[in-house]
Design a protein around this ligand. Structure first.
Ligand code: AMP
Ligand code: GLY
Length: 422
């Protein structure tokens, strides 16, 4: 069978790498992919524009693609999954309606309230002056969020009213997040420890993946600007078995049952970003896709087939599906371009030392091939990922792999996994 993976990041490299290991898979195409996916066995890149749904459909029909795995949020929010389904092509990813859980903070907050899912108090505004006048009525710190997609960067924690007013100005007036900031959510600041919970969902069935935790801020000790994620590890000790059950009962089931009630059952990866304090859970956000970089340390622990997992969900057989995981721990360290998450330079040639550790894998993200050389093409460039008997060993192996990669302006956090070790 032939599989198409949509996207070009580290997440998509890990998904394509894993899908290609399946004996039943003849070939994996990645649209558009990166230098890493183009160098994998049984994998090749296809230069399709992932915003042009018709060309994706035509490619699938011509090549007889039997499964499309959609990695990033943008095509999901734009309705790629619905479009492929209407054209008789099996795809793994939620509908346009369900993807609003990530695509609009106003939609998701309204949805949480409607279906009794615990979350911070909030108000939503499409007008600067109403939003500013709301600032008089609330306590600080507060959180100002662009409503639409902003690559994990549209959330501003404001210590006081003046900061909050600046945040509103940047969104409404200066259009710092473009169309994503035409509507804004202002919500209560929550204290606690964050955890991510990622599951495969098919209608009324939820199969949680192994736990994981990312490090969003750019600086060591979790300080500085938020990024898409600077590294991740699995398992995450914060999600105990008891908490796991609570998350399923209070968050996952109410969400998927709420979507069924609204006539739009969910299919795909569902990612809940949670704040936990004294065993109380509140949902910060939903993502309608797998996490990046969480996918990389999770895929390296997956022993059974990714493709069969996706097909079980599509064919409504998730109940009967067993996932086989490695008991080992994993850690993935992102290597980024100097300046990220703000402006950075690209087209830097990458030099590699050979990696002889079979339990370590370098996933590419922002890379491309130019005259047979690998050059940088994005903010997050690689995710060096490794398995170990414990998190400390996984971390050591991941950092050994980091040292085998070099390019002008490369930087990485030196403490990925610290939250799981302390
Ligand atoms: P989000 O994209 O909504 O998950 O927000 C990105 C990050 O901002 C989260 O991972 C949290 O670290 C932080 N954050 C978002 N909402 C809140 C909140 N209500 N209280 C405290 N921190 C928040
Ligand atoms: N690592 C966080 C995300 O994928 O949104």
């Amino acid at each position: 069978m032939k599989v198409l993976v949509i996207g070009s990041g580290g997440r998509e490299h890990a998904l394509a790498w894993k899908a290609a290991q399946d004996e039943s898979v003849e070939h994996v195409f990645v649209a558009p992919g990166n230098a890493g996916t183009s160098m994998e066995d049984k994998v090749s890149n296809i230069p399709l524009d992932i915003n042009k749904f018709e060309s994706i459909k035509n490619f699938c029909k011509n090549k007889n693609i039997e499964l499309v795995i959609i990695g990033p949020e943008k095509p999901l929010v734009d309705g790629l999954s619905d479009y492929l389904e209407e054209n008789g092509i099996k795809s793994f990813g939620p509908s346009k309606y369900a993807s609003q859980l990530e695509g609009s903070k106003t939609f998701s907050k309204n949805f949480f309230i409607k279906h009794g899912i615990p979350t911070a108090q909030y108000a939503s505004f499409s007008n600067f002056y109403d939003a500013v006048s709301h600032l008089k009525k609330i306590e600080y710190p507060t959180v100002v969020k662009a409503d639409g997609l902003a690559s994990g960067k549209g959330v501003i924690i404001c210590e006081n009213r003046s900061d909050a007013e600046k945040a509103l100005k940047s969104m409404f007036k200066e259009k710092a997040f473009g169309r994503a900031g035409r509507r804004v959510v202002i919500e209560d600041f929550l204290e606690g420890e964050e955890a991510s919970f990622i599951a495969v969902v098919s209608k009324d069935k939820v199969l949680p993946l192994v736990t994981s935790q990312d490090h969003k801020p750019v600086g060591e000790g979790d300080v500085g600007l938020n990024t898409g994620g600077m590294g991740a590890y699995s398992p995450a000790p914060i999600v105990s078995e008891e908490l796991n059950k609570k998350i399923m009962d209070e968050v996952m089931y109410p969400t998927i049952n709420g979507l069924i009630k609204e006539g739009h059952p969910y299919l795909g990866f569902l990612y809940a970003g949670l704040m936990i304090k004294d065993n109380e859970i509140k949902v910060l956000e939903f993502n309608c896709r797998f996490g990046d970089p969480e996918t990389q340390p999770i895929m390296i622990r997956l022993k059974s087939s990714l493709v069969e997992l996706c097909l079980s969900a599509i064919n409504d057989n998730l109940d009967a599906h067993n996932i086989d995981w490695s008991n080992k721990h994993s850690c993935g360290v992102v290597i980024a371009s100097d300046g990220y998450p703000e402006a950075y330079e690209s087209n830097k040639e990458v030099l590699f030392d050979s990696n002889d550790d079979p339990e370590a894998k370098l996933f590419h993200a922002g890379t491309k091939l130019q005259d047979d050389k690998v050059v940088t093409s994005g903010g997050r460039v690689f995710c060096a990922t490794a398995l170990g008997t414990d998190l400390k060993e996984a971390q050591e192996k991941a950092y050994n792999l980091v040292k085998k990669v070099d390019f002008d302006g490369a930087f990485y956090r030196k403490d990925i996994g610290f939250k799981g070790i302390k």
